[in-house]
Design a protein around this ligand. Structure first.
Ligand code: FES
Length: 314
């Protein structure tokens, strides 16, 4: 057995040859943050190797990739990946009182858990065009009335299509598809987008009659990996999706205004649905905050598996 000393902690962990620093820390009851559950998918278990750098095994491919991404110096290692081959002394780099209380509550439960789960999901973002102008021109109670009417329709459509409303953000909504049925994530999300389009037309007729203004929306959908995890604190803690897939879906929704399309999807969604997707224009555009160009396709409708046609977006 080798010794693993953690600076600032009077306890010394013991590790068998090839055991990770994280495993040794946990066995000794020493808190070491490990947000992804020790899979090499985050950087929260990072440690500075103070002594014995040569007593650790080489970086795993996951660790090497993370080190490149965050430009770690050579003496910074991931505790869940670095294998102990001799005595070492390290200092945990992501560690303060808040981190410790999170990790200690998990240590008490006995299991190594990730703060979330990596899943392949379809993310849908939608918002109401011209909502800021509408809210400036109308009484706040009228705005709330119409917004709640819209939210009720959105929630019903998303649920009917097997999705989950993740969040309402102002006049926008984010929904996740594929948590329960990964195989139909893209189809469910596109059906929901078409359902929202139909619902917006109904709400628009209502808004025109009462307030003399229409109700138009934009919808963006992307399919990719996201971490589903509990975020927030206390009563405001909730399950949400985090990751670039989410950011990209939000950017695509924003692009619907520039492209003059109601529903846009990425190439990944289009490929998944194949010829069943009734496509309008396809554009290659730069998205704010992203590098390179993205190929986005306008959705006009979706044929079901039997060849029947879903109501079009227009
Ligand atoms: S716990 Fe996430 S990389 Fe080590």
């Amino acid at each position: 057995m080798f010794s693993v000393r953690f600076q600032g902690d009077p306890r010394t962990a013991r590790a068998g040859a090839g055991e990770t620093i994280l495993a040794a820390a946990r066995a000794a009851g020493i808190p070491l943050t490990h947000s992804c559950g020790g899979t090499g998918a985050c950087s929260t278990c990072r440690v500075l190797v103070v002594e014995g750098a040569g007593s650790l095994g080489p970086p795993t491919p996951q660790e090497a990739a993370m080190a490149r991404l965050l430009r770690f110096p050579e003496n910074v290692r991931l505790g869940c990946q670095a294998r102990v081959l001799g005595d070492v002394e390290v200092r945990a780099l992501v560690r303060d009182e808040a981190d410790e209380s999170l990790v200690e509550s998990e240590l008490a439960s006995g299991a190594v858990r990730a703060a979330g789960e990596l899943r392949r999901v379809a993310i849908l973002f939608s918002d109401v065009r011209g909502f800021t102008a509408f809210s400036e021109q109308h009484a706040p109670y009228d705005v709330i009335h119409l917004l709640n009417r819209w939210y009720a329709r959105v929630t019903a459509v998303v649920h009917a299509c097997g999705g989950r409303v993740d969040n309402f953000i102002g006049d926008g909504v984010m929904a996740v598809f594929g948590e329960a049925s990964p195989e139909s994530a893209c189809e469910d999300a596109v059906r929901a987008a078409l359902g929202l389009s139909a619902a917006a037309r109904e709400v628009s007729a209502y808004a025109c009659e009462l307030f003399g203004t229409g109700w138009r929306i934009g919808v963006g959908i992307h399919w990719g990996d996201a971490v589903l995890g509990a975020v927030g604190a206390g009563e405001r803690r909730r399950i949400t999706a985090i990751g670039d897939t989410v950011n990209l879906a939000a950017r695509i929704e924003a692009a619907t205004r520039n492209v003059d399309a109601e529903i846009l999807v990425t190439r990944e969604v289009r490929r998944e649905l194949g010829a069943r997707l009734r496509a309008g224009k396809t554009v290659s555009i730069h998205l704010k905050g992203k590098t390179g160009e993205y190929e986005l396709t306008e959705v006009l409708g979706l044929d079901d598996a039997g060849g029947d046609r879903e109501a079009g977006a227009r």
